[in-house]
Design a protein. Structure first.
Length: 188
């Protein structure tokens, strides 16, 4: 356990169908670095993760719903992937606004795999350099992003990665950006 992120509070926004490792590994590493972490979802209760489209792990308890929080409550936001998870979240106006508010407040945001779909919906990608799961490349480009095929891309506190294979680099860069704090160029 380190204290690199001591005093920081990080929101993880997810719902059923999140890629299990893309929530649990960043959660564990960010918590081990000293941050307080909370799972935010659309409804109270528990959400179920997946791997390869099949349920994986035990359901995880939701700490708060998007109705109960604001970006001002947190220092950073993490968006796990999975196919169903970001697709469901981007259909919820409060979840989309929650994401958009982190950019308006210049706070670090990290998204992996299909997670950047939510960034496209929040309209925060114009002129930004990102990566993602390759199948959503065109969606992100259509939202104004420059897409690169790299394990991790960081553009002014916006951290993105492609797949669970990139989690080590994703977690390290996410922790670094959270430790640095607000970036004035991280904006909508």
């Amino acid at each position: 356990m380190s204290d690199e992120l001591k005093g920081k509070k990080v929101a993880f926004l997810a719902t059923n169908g999140f890629e299990y490792s893309e929530l649990t590994q960043p959660w564990d590493e960010i918590k081990a670095a000293g941050a307080e972490v909370e799972l935010i979802s659309l409804e109270n209760g528990k959400i179920q993760g997946e791997s390869g489209g099949e349920p994986k792990g035990d359901p995880i308890a939701v700490d708060k719903t998007v109705d109960q929080v604001s970006a001002g409550d947190y220092n950073a936001l993490v968006l796990p992937g999975g196919l169903a998870n970001p697709d469901t979240l981007r259909m919820n106006d409060k979840a989309v606004q929650f994401v958009r508010d982190f950019f308006a407040q210049h706070k670090p945001v990290s998204a992996i795999c299909h997670g950047p779909w939510l960034l496209a919906e929040a309209d925060v990608l114009k002129g930004r350099t990102v990566t993602s799961f390759p199948s959503i490349k065109t969606d992100l480009q259509n939202a104004g992003a420059k897409w690169e095929d790299r394990e991790v891309v960081c553009d002014e506190a916006l951290v993105t990665s492609r797949t669970p294979d990139d989690l080590d680099a994703f977690c390290a860069k996410t922790i670094e950006e959270i430790a640095e704090g607000k970036h004035e160029e991280q904006t909508t």
